[in-house]
Design a protein around this ligand. Structure first.
Ligand code: DC
Length: 203
């Protein structure tokens, strides 16, 4: 069976948590496509030209733990605006999406560009302030001393870059279900996501 679930949205809206839970619920494989751009961004910071980094990217470079920092996130957002970088990453994502057994991909352009034919599409969002609060808590828990104002500025800067780039900008697909998690607990957000996807499965 082939069934693709596309989950897009801005940074720290809860996409990652929801995508993992959805993949587990349906027994599907999950790809966090932000990791591809983060791996290219990390290589750019290490001096590798981004297009070359994208064209030679290896699966073992997608180590989530090493790619979490704010510097890598900003670098990822910058390399993601380069059309040749995006083009180099398309085939890998489409191959993953079409695997037998079902797939969940989360990112910015999955429902609009990578998998416009996805059976289920969600656009997960929340206000910039709520997203910054969540990210700030995560960073504090991990031992970082970054203040809230810096995190909020970072979230807004990345939003602006991701939404305003010419190639594959962040926006909901016309047929996406929009899930605003600002007022939802994690459990509520996951339940609503699963309900929205289940309704597409039954058609
Ligand atoms: O989801 P994330 O925060 O790990 O993504 C890091 C950056 O990568 C994000 O700011 C924009 C870019 N990205 C993208 O352009 N397209 C995707 N499908 C996923 C991420």
């Amino acid at each position: 069976m082939r069934f693709t679930i596309a989950i897009d949205g801005p940074a720290a809206a809860g996409k990652g948590t929801i995508s993992k839970a959805v993949a587990q619920h349906f027994g599907f494989a999950h790809l966090d496509t932000g990791l591809l751009y983060r791996a290219v961004g990390a290589q750019m910071l290490a001096g590798v030209p981004p297009v070359e980094a994208a064209q030679t990217l290896q699966a073992d470079a997608l180590d989530a733990a090493k790619l979490r920092s704010a510097d890598v996130a900003q670098a990822a957002s910058k390399v993601a605006a380069i059309p040749e970088v995006r083009a180099a990453l398309v085939d890998f994502q489409r191959a993953f999406a079409s695997r037998a057994g079902g797939a969940v991909l989360d990112g910015r352009d999955i429902g609009t560009v990578i998998c416009p034919e996805a059976e289920a599409k969600l656009f997960v969002t929340a206000t910039p302030e709520v997203r910054a609060t969540r990210r700030h808590l995560e960073l504090t828990a991990a031992g970082s001393s970054t203040d809230y104002a810096t995190v909020l500025a970072d979230v807004k800067e990345r939003d602006a870059r991701d939404m305003n780039r010419a190639d594959a900008p962040l926006r909901p697909a016309a047929d996406a279900v929009v899930l605003d998690t600002s007022q939802l607990s994690i459990a509520q957000a996951i339940a609503q996501a699963i309900a929205a996807i289940s309704s597409k499965q039954q058609r």
